[in-house]
Design a protein around this ligand. Structure first.
Ligand SMILES: Cc1cc2nc3c(=O)[nH]c(=O)nc-3n(C[C@H](O)[C@H](O)[C@H](O)COP(=O)(O)O)c2cc1C
Length: 330
C-alpha cells in the first residue's frame, strides 16, 4: 500500500501532489520547495516575459534536479490579447466610474482613461518552455492545439491541462494532453476555461467533476486566509474580467452591487492596477485580490511548502491504512 500511482510514474515524482501556478502569490522558490519535497512544483508563467521565465526556470534547476512544471494561461482572449480600442467607450466609463469609488476611498486620483492593453507573452513563454525542455507544461484556462502538444512531446515534455467541465476534459484529451486536472467549483482562483462561460457553468464541485472526468503569500493574505472559513469566498469577475474564486471583501461586494460591467480578460486588472497598488501600500485587504478556495476553512496554521507535501502524503497514507483495516481497500 503506497501513494505511488501511474501519475507519479509518468511524472517521475514521489507523491501525486501538484502545486498550482500561483501567478500572483508565489515565486519559483515555492515550486522548487514542492518538487524537492517529492511533489510537482509549478513555476508561474502568467504575464511573465521570456527572460523572466528563463530566470525562474534556472532558479528551480539551481535548487533541485527533481521534475517541475511551468504554467501558462492560454485563454482565447489572450491569444492575442484583446485590443483596447475594441472596448466600447460606455463599458470603460462604467468600469472606471465604479473603480473611482474605490480610488476615492483609498485617496488616489480618479480617472476615466481606457485601460492599457495586456502584453502578448504566450508565444515567447512557450518558446522558452520548449527550449529549456522543462519536464511538464502546465496549462490553466486553455486548450493547447495538437501541434503545440506534439512539439512538447518531441522534446520529452509532458502536457498537463486544468479543466472545469467534462466537455473541456474531452476537448483537451482530443488534442493529446497527457494529464487532465479537474478543477472543482470550490477551487481558489480563476475558473479554468478558455472561453468565458456563464458564472455557474464552470462551477462543478470536485466530488461531482472528478468521477466524470475519470500557497506563500503576503502577510495580509496569510492572515485573512487563517481567519476565514470557506463560506467567505465568492466568485467574482471584478479583478480580472474572468470568474475567479477569492475571499469576499469591499471590492468584490461593492463592485457586484454596482452592476458595472467588466473589461475583457486581464484588461480589467490593468484598469484597476492603481487601486490594487494603493491597497497594498495601505495594507488594506478590502481592495486586494485575495484568491482562495473554499478549502481555506481547513487551513489553521502556516506550515512551509515541504511540510504541506509531507502532511498531505502522511494523511493520505493514514487513510489508506484505515481503509485497509476496514477491509475497504484492495
Ligand atoms: C492564489 C492563487 C493563485 C493561482 N494561480 C494560478 C495560476 O497562476 N495558474 C493556474 O493555472 N491556476 C492558478 N490557480 C488555480 C489553482 O490551479 C487551483 O484551481 C486551485 O488552487 C485549487 O486548489 P484550492 O481548492 O485549494 O484553492 C491559483 C489559485 C490561487 C488560490
Amino acid at each position: 500500500m503506497s501513494l505511488r500511482t501511474p501519475l507519479c510514474e509518468l511524472l517521475g515524482i514521489q507523491y501525486p501532489i501538484v502545486q498550482s501556478g500561483m501567478g500572483s502569490a508565489a515565486g519559483p522558490e515555492l515550486a522548487a520547495e514542492v518538487s524537492r519535497a517529492g511533489g510537482l512544483g509549478i513555476v508561474a508563467g502568467l504575464g511573465v516575459t521570456a527572460d523572466e521565465l528563463s530566470r525562474r526556470i534556472r532558479h528551480v534547476r539551481s535548487v533541485t534536479d527533481r521534475p517541475f512544471g511551468v504554467n501558462q494561461w492560454l485563454h482565447t482572449e489572450l491569444r492575442p490579447p484583446v485590443d483596447p480600442a475594441r472596448v466600447p467607450a460606455a463599458t470603460t466609463r462604467a468600469v472606471q466610474t465604479q473603480l473611482n469609488v474605490f480610488r476615492e476611498r483609498l485617496g488616489i486620483p480618479t480617472t476615466h482613461a481606457p485601460a492599457p492593453g495586456v502584453p502578448d507573452l504566450i508565444d515567447e513563454g512557450f518558446a522558452v518552455i520548449l527550449e529549456e525542455r522543462v519536464p511538464v507544461w502546465s496549462i490553466g484556462l486553455g486548450n493547447p492545439d495538437a501541434a503545440m502538444v506534439r512539439r512538447c512531446h518531441e522534446r520529452g515534455i509532458k502536457v498537463m491541462a486544468m479543466v472545469a467541465t467534462v466537455e473541456d476534459a474531452r476537448a483537451v484529451e482530443a488534442n493529446g494532453v497527457d494529464i487532465i486536472v479537474a478543477q472543482g467549483g470550490e477551487a481558489g482562483g480563476h475558473r479554468s476555461t478558455w472561453l468565458k462561460k456563464p458564472r455557474e457553468e464552470a462551477n462543478v464541485a470536485t466530488l461531482t467533476l472528478v468521477p466524470q472526468v475519470v500557497d506563500a503569500a503576503s502577510e495580509l493574505w496569510k492572515k485573512r486566509l487563517l481567519e476565514s472559513d470557506g463560506g467567505e469566498t465568492t466568485l467574482t469577475e471584478a479583478y480580472t474580467g474572468l470568474w475567479a474564486r477569492s475571499l469576499r471583501n469591499r471590492f468584490t461586494e461593492d463592485y457586484a452591487d454596482s452592476g458595472a460591467p467588466v473589461l475583457p480578460t486581464l484588461m480589467q486588472q490593468r484598469a484597476a492596477q492603481d487601486v490594487f497598488a494603493a491597497a497594498a501600500q495601505q495594507h488594506d485587504p478590502e481592495y486586494t485580490a485575495l484568491y482562495a478556495g473554499q478549502s481555506t476553512g481547513l487551513v489553521h496554521d502556516l506550515p512551509g511548502a515541504a511540510e504541506v507535501v509531507e502532511r498531505i502524503a502522511r494523511e493520505a497514507e493514514a487513510v489508506l491504512v484505515s481503509l485497509r483495516a476496514m477491509g475497504g481497500a484492495r
